[in-house]
Write a protein that binds this ligand. Sequence first.
Ligand code: ADP
Length: 410
Amino acid sequence: MIGGGQLARMTHQAAIGLGQSLRILAVSLSDPAAQVCPDVVLGTHDSIDDLRRVAHGAHAVTFDHEGTPTEHLLVLQEEGVAVYPPPQALVYAQDKLAMRRRLRELGAPVPEFAEITAVGDVDEFWQALDERYGAKAAMVLKAIRGGYDGRGVWLPDTLDEARAVAAQQLDGGVPLLAERRVDLARELSAMVARSPFGQGAAWPVVETVQRNGQCAVVIAPATGLSDEVAQRAESLALGLSRELGVVGVMAVELFESVDGELIVNELAMRPHNSGHWSMDGCVTSQFEQHLRAVLDYPLGDTAARAPVTVMANILGAPTAPEMSMDERLHHLMARMPDAKVHLYGKAERPDRKVGHINIVGGPTGDRVGGPTGASGCDFDDYVAAVRERAELAAHWMATAEWTDGWSEHG
Ligand code: ADP
């Protein structure tokens, strides 16, 4: 696996059960996956020699991030390495403009977009949006490559602001695209897996809650989604994985507009934050499924184990608390024996993803924390209660503070 981050760490965890072992290309022995894998190659994803050292002799090569240059992957392919997802597919997760163009060709729903190579292109696109949407016209500017967690995405409110962002980024050599700003009801993610044999599998569609451009919470499955819309999203994602020739898991990040439209935001061809809930909430986790797919095993059952599972990211606090992570964990376990904690072995820094919590709802859809089978609780209350516990736990782990005032020594 190219990259030694938390996704590689959790993939390694899944590999153990399959009798497999990952070799990791990591930058440092302190990378999250390098801490737990015996087979580490130190190097970087942009060196072809380092890539060769990790790839040759492996059954397949896969990724924990999307930064590896296409030309290097093509070389590996020519040398007989099974690169999954293949670079011919991966490019659509690396290059937002190529992705928008290909998806439009395939008839997938995408927002209007334009390549921005000069500030004048911003004026032209703004005007086109204005003519079509009038007062509702709004724009997003994006770096075509390299953005993540909202970095490389700008939401200008005026044309002047948009021009200023474009001028600054283009001057700095950052290729840009502009797209219509969708009036969002919420964001969804449709995750699928595909094997070289051609088998496909879809997990239930989830809602992703973003804060400061970063995923904070995932509600799985998304609530209030009609069967028809959920099926449409799953078919779209399965269809794209087939058309693009993806091998491994893929997350199709979707916008649900206030008018009920589904629009593709972007593609991720690797285990994804929106799939972390599957570690505890599904029969087959995304990490196991990714391995099954890239090794061309039959795919696993993607059924949910409960009516709802909520994942909350542990995001580094503005100032790391004095209480050690281990002591926080100890108190969390004492208060919430059902909380499933996944820590990444990363130093705490503000807003950095250092772990996540999964709370799997009671199997009957009743209020958690109460006796199972208790009546008088509707589904929305049940989901809200599961979400509250997941967020309470994640906030505690990040800050050593209980937002509900609970005292661990009380
Ligand atoms: P990243 O690659 O950093 O994840 P995204 O393209 O997913 O960047 O954008 C980050 C966030 O910005 C999205 O999750 C969404 O909240 C907002 N956003 C991006 N594109 C649009 C758009 N066209 N309309 C409305 N909001 C958008």
